[in-house]
Design a protein around this ligand. Sequence first.
Ligand SMILES: C[S@@+](CC[C@H](N)C(=O)[O-])C[C@H]1O[C@@H](n2cnc3c(N)ncnc32)[C@H](O)[C@@H]1O
Length: 321
Amino acid sequence: MELPAQLRQAVDELLENTPLNTIKTAAKTLSERYRAETRDGRLHMGEDLAVKAYLATRLPATYAAVRASLDAIGETRPDWTPASLLDIGAGPGTVLWAVADAWPVLERATLLEASTAARRTGERLAGLLALPTDWKSGDATIDMAELPAADLVAAAYVLDEIVPSALPKLIERLWQLSTDTLLIVEPGTPAGWERVMAARAQLITAGAHILAPCPHQRPCPLAAPDWCHFARRVARSRLHRLAKDADVPWEDEKFVYLAATRQPVAPPGPRVLAPPRAGSGKVDLKLCGLDGQASQRLFTKRDGDAFKRARRVDWGDALID
Ligand SMILES: C[S@@+](CC[C@H](N)C(=O)[O-])C[C@H]1O[C@@H](n2cnc3c(N)ncnc32)[C@H](O)[C@@H]1O
């Protein structure tokens, strides 16, 4: 998956006069802070250079994860289109670009961002879209009172930057502001999954219906050390490769997501929870079923059409009958 061409070009222009070594050092610091889930009161993207490092090394991956999550929403509810978006911890506007790509009919967007450097960059990039956007400066754990409700509310790769004790209140507020759907995306780590599972339980208690990825409302059948996550292959730009000293022209972004809605939904089918293991005339799938159970299921040629469908699905897809 790649960034939209217009965004890719604008990002390249923003980065073109910054020396590679400067980006490299900033990217290393940023990556270390994300990996350690550092919460020292400073924003990871407080400085312009950190924002540039994010654009060069993280934006393509977080865009791919958000875009894949939107695809799952669209698959379950093909007739739904959001007219308004509220994005919390918007960074450079990743979610905005992904939503505008998935649903070009989007009419307006409000974006809350705590870092001035990230907000300025996001606002500048968003100026390229034919869509009114209202960028607000503020802390999601304090400044949510005046925000408008929206059809789609999103928080992508932001819960991990917020102190855990503030999350239940934040989730409650995000859900209040969601007139239809709330989307949470987090890094595909056990800690990211735990955060999403806590939000899932809270949202179900508040009356939400799980839209994706779970095809049921029951407790998650997985138990640590197993955890539910997905992956998207992301093309690395030349600058990204150089900044990360990477050899391969792609990376696999692992992510966890949850979409919850106010409407009851019919799940499209069991969700594929791991890369399929295919052999000659057979394919083995790890599935999360409509009955809330996780299982390993072997499909062989004898299963006829079901085998053909099982051969076509990938990790993260719904196995549609
Ligand atoms: C990892 S970035 C994610 C950006 C974007 N959502 C994406 O998926 O690429 C997290 C963003 O959340 C912002 N952020 C962190 N804590 C915040 C808070 N309490 N309120 C608002 N924004 C916050 C950070 O400044 C940063 O821009």
